[in-house]
Design a protein around this ligand. Structure first.
Ligand SMILES: *Cc1c(COP(=O)(O)O)cnc(C)c1O
Length: 466
């Protein structure tokens, strides 16, 4: 399997190189040159497989040039054994033919564990083979940082530096990052905001000379193809559990960076019968505005009760735009260069095609809280605010009540207690047993000024073989 850039100029790469690179050298994102396609008979034959085994069936075509089958199977077995539910991604029923898929049974209680638990193992495997070392540098507003740290804590060939905005992440989120012990884990609290952190990361990827040529940077945000790949699997899992592929499914996906929903789009292209995909956003609704009016335009960032979806530009949307433009990299490059300067539209027939593929909705904080309260009152089931947005959008956009509607449950409610109390509920979501002592654990992090040379100096000094 070869991977090509959405902007058409960077060289095609194999899986190992795609895993170790961030953006392509032309500024694009890597996508598979072609997708595997599974027949209905083949998918049906996967019924009843344990999650890790299903993951092997779905993902192996993407990695087969780089990893022998037995090694990959073993890696997947380890990856998904750290989840706290035997089904890994269990389904919970909300109403007749309506479900939530709980993707928050991993170590950090958000769906990002599905990909980052695997990514850490993939990196170490490939780096061991190549006798190489990387420094992961990433910025987080919350969930990505902790999932990446948990995913890489045992990696021998990886040092990880996560930048978070000092005093601007929730206490649960901070503690999930700063209480993980390990010589290769470094938390940096930057005296600035999330955008400052992200800018420093971008700048450092652009010029890595501060590492003295002795190691290189690797990316853990969802521009990394391996993350998208791992997220395709649970669409198959949910479908098979509810009678697929002999009936089609609808999915509603709380979205910020368009990563998780893009994985659903790929599952459909790979042969899984999916009749509806709903893009669910909060007030940061660039995707919903594009889907409703064919205008792609950045607005000011708003802070909402669903912070993991507080995003102005949706980086993975570029991967969809590439397909919408018949995989013409030059057209995508031109469009995104214009989009950086102001609002853009695409040709009408391309936009109409996008509207056939996706429905969309934007849900504000008040409606999010109403949904949390409503579901709790009717079902005694607590939704986190991101999942609540998905459930609300699913109900608003649903086309056919005979098709099972599955909302991706992206986080555990205990991660976002503020939204629960804003909903007027007195119930307090409890952290699961393995995290019950989170507030007693020792924290480790370094506070640095909002200054890129200071941050780079810190990294240069503290990675393992510095
Ligand atoms: C990251 C995240 C999202 C958004 O996922 P994307 O892949 O960026 O669309 C939604 N909910 C939660 C809880 C998250 O952590």
């Amino acid at each position: 399997m070869r991977y090509i850039s959405t902007r058409g100029e960077a060289p095609a790469l194999g899986f190992e190189d795609v895993l170790l690179t961030g953006l392509a050298t032309d500024g694009g994102l890597y996508v598979p040159e072609s997708l595997p396609h599974f027949s209905v008979e083949e998918i049906r034959s996967w019924r009843g497989l344990p999650y890790a085994e299903l993951a092997y069936k779905v993902m192996y075509p993407f990695v087969e040039d780089a990893i022998p089958a037995d090694d990959f199977r073993k890696m997947l077995g380890e990856t998904y054994s750290v989840f706290s539910h035997q089904a890994v991604a269990p389904l919970v029923q909300l109403d007749t033919n309506e479900w939530v898929m709980e993707l928050f049974r991993g170590p950090t209680l958000a769906f990002k564990d599905f990909a980052l638990q695997l990514l850490g193992r993939l990196l170490d495997y490939v780096l061991e083979k190549r006798k190489q070392h990387v420094v992961i540098m990433g910025a987080t507003s919350g969930d990505t940082g902790s999932a990446a740290i948990e995913g890489c804590r045992r990696c021998e060939h990886v040092d990880i530096f996560i930048l978070h905005p000092y005093q601007r992440v929730s206490e649960v989120q901070r503690r999930q990052m700063t209480t993980v012990q390990g010589d290769n884990i470094h938390n940096i609290a930057v005296k600035g905001n999330f955008d400052d952190c992200q800018r420093m990361v971008k700048e450092s990827f652009g010029n890595q000379s501060f590492l003295g040529g002795k190691t290189q940077l690797a990316a853990v945000n969802s521009i990394n193809w391996a993350r998208i790949m791992a997220q395709i699997v649970y669409y198959f899992q949910a479908s098979l559990a509810l009678g697929g592929p002999d009936r089609s499914m609808a999915f509603s996906v709380p979205t910020g960076n368009f990563g998780d929903i893009f994985a659903g789009y790929l599952a459909k292209k790979m042969g899984l019968p999916i009749s509806q995909l709903v893009i669910a956003t909060n007030r940061n609704d660039i995707l919903h505005r594009f889907m409703s009016g064919n205008k792609y335009e950045q607005h000011q960032l708003e802070h909402t009760l669903s912070p993991s979806m507080d995003i102005m530009v949706s980086s993975n949307f570029e991967r969809l735009l590439f397909d919408l433009h018949g995989r013409d990299g030059a057209a995508v490059k031109d469009l995104l260069e214009r989009a950086a300067k102001g609002p853009v539209s695409i040709e009408d027939y391309r936009w109409k095609h996008a509207r056939k593929l996706f429905d969309s909705d934007a849900v504000d904080d008040k409606t999010t809280c109403d949904t949390i309260r409503d579901i709790y009152e009717k079902n005694e089931y607590l939704l986190d605010p991101h999942t609540a947005i998905g459930v609300r959008a699913a109900r608003n956009c649903r086309r056919d009540s005979t098709v099972p509607m599955i909302t991706l449950g992206t986080a555990h409610p205990a991660k976002f207690p503020d939204a629960i109390s804003e909903s007027g509920l007195v119930v307090k979501p409890q952290l699961p047993a393995h995290m019950a002592d989170l507030f007693e654990r020792e924290e480790r992090y370094t506070v640095l000024d909002n200054n890129v040379s200071e941050v780079q100096g810190f990294i240069a000094k503290h990675w393992k073989n510095a």
